[in-house]
Design a protein around this ligand. Sequence first.
Ligand code: G3P
Length: 478
Amino acid sequence: DGDVFKYYADGEWQKSSSGKSVSIINPTTRKPQYKVQACSQEEVNKVMDSAKAAQKLWAKTPLWKRAELLHKAAAILKEHKAEIAECLVKEVAKPAKDAVTEVVRSGDLVSYCAEEGVRILGEGKFLVSDSFPGNERTKYCLTSKIPLGVILAIPPFNYPVNLAVSKIAPALIAGNAIVLKPPTQGAVAALHMVHCFHLAGFPKGLISCVTGKGSEIGDFLTMHPAVNCISFTGGDTGIAVSKKAGMIPLQMELGGKDACIVLEDADLDLVAANIIKGGFSYSGQRCTAVKVVLVMESVADALVEKVNAKVAKLSVGPPENDCDITPVVSESSANFIEGLVLDAKQKGATFCQEYKREGNLIWPLLLDNVKPDMRIAWEEPFGPVLPVIRINSVEEGIHHCNASNFGLQGCVFTKDVNKAILISDAMETGTVQINSAPARGPDHFPFQGIKDSGIGSQGITNSINMMTKTKTTVINLP
Ligand code: G3P
C-alpha cells in the first residue's frame, strides 16, 4: 500500500506485517493527512535484536568516525529542511517559518553534539591510590566513558524533529544504538528526519524508527529488556513510563507551569513582549511556555493593557500562512483547553478578549484576575490561553510558583539583579530566566525540571554524559 509511510528497521524501509496502519489527522483540516505503519510487538523484538548487534560494533567505531557521520547527517537534514518543515505544518500545524527553524536548529544540534562528543569523550581520568588513608601509590585507576547500549527515544508532538535529534545525536556520538518511537502527530516528519540519517550512511540496525499505536507497542517498548535507557519528553504518560521501566537510567521532561513573576520596577514593555513570545508562540504548545503571569497589583493594569495591545496584533489562522496562532494539535486538546476556559469563566475570571474557537483553532486569550480556585491557575492548557494572577508581595508569587506540582522553568522581571537572584534561588524550578521568557535553548544549556516536570538533566553536554557510564581499569603495581 503506497499510501502508508514505511517504518525504518535494519537499515531499510519496511511494511509492517500487521497489515494495519495509523492515521494522522491534520489539525487544521481535521481530515486524515498521512498514514504510518502500525508495528507489531514481534517487529519491535526484531528491531531490538538488530539494535543490540549494531551497537556492539558501533561502540568500537572511532569517535572521530562517529562524529563525521553525524556532521554528514546534520548537513543532509538542513538540505531537506523544506520537505520536513512541510510535514510539520501538516501534522502538527506548526507555523511555516517555525517549522523550518525547527529543522535548521536540529541540524545545528547534531553538529554541536558531534563536536562536544569528541571533546568530552576524548578525555578520561587518571587516579592514584595514596590519597585515601592506608594506601601506598600502588594502584593507578584509569577511567573512560562507555556507552549504555540501546537508547529508547520518545519525543512529543510539539518538536517531533528537534526533540528526537536531541536524544538521537547524544546517544550516537556516545556509542549507543537508537530506537525511536515518534509521536503519532509528527511521525512523518520524524521518518523524513530519520531518512537523512539513513542517507548519511550509518550502519544497519543502529538507528530504527518504529511507528504504531501506544496501546499495542507503548508499554512493550518501555518495558523491553533490551532497552538500556529511556529518554522521554511529553506529558503525564512519562510518570506511568517511569513507574513501569526497569532498572535503567531515565531522562524525562514532562511539562511545566512556568510562572512569570513581574516586580514593580520591571520594564513593562519588555515584560509584555516576553509574555507574547513566551505565552503564545506555537499557540502555547511548549513545555517552557509562560503558563501563569504573577504580577504586582500596582503595575498589573498597565501590564495587562500592554499585553492586550499585542494580543490584538497576533494573526490567527492556518500554519501555511505562517500565522502566529494556529490550530492546536487535536480536537481533544482543544476541548481540554475549552474546559479550563469555561471553568475560569464560571468562577469569575476577567476575559480580556472574547473566547472564540473554530474547530481546533482557538483565538489568543488573556484571563485577568484569575484566582487559586480556578483550574487554569494550576493546570497546563498547552494552548493560547494565559492566566494573570495579581499578587501583593513577591513572596505571594514565589509561594504560588512553588505550590505547583511542576517545576520546569520560571522567569522574573526586575531591574534589581540582587532581588532577581534571591527570587531565582527561592523558586523551585530547574531554571529561572531573569528578564526573559523561559526557553530550553541554546541547546547546549542544561535543561531540567524538578518535581513532576522530570528526571535528570538534558542539554547537549548533559545528555551525552547521561547516555554513558564510567568504566574503570585499575593497574595494581607489585
Ligand atoms: O516543549 C518542549 C520544550 O523542550 C520547549 O522547548 O525550545 O520551545 O523552549 P523550547
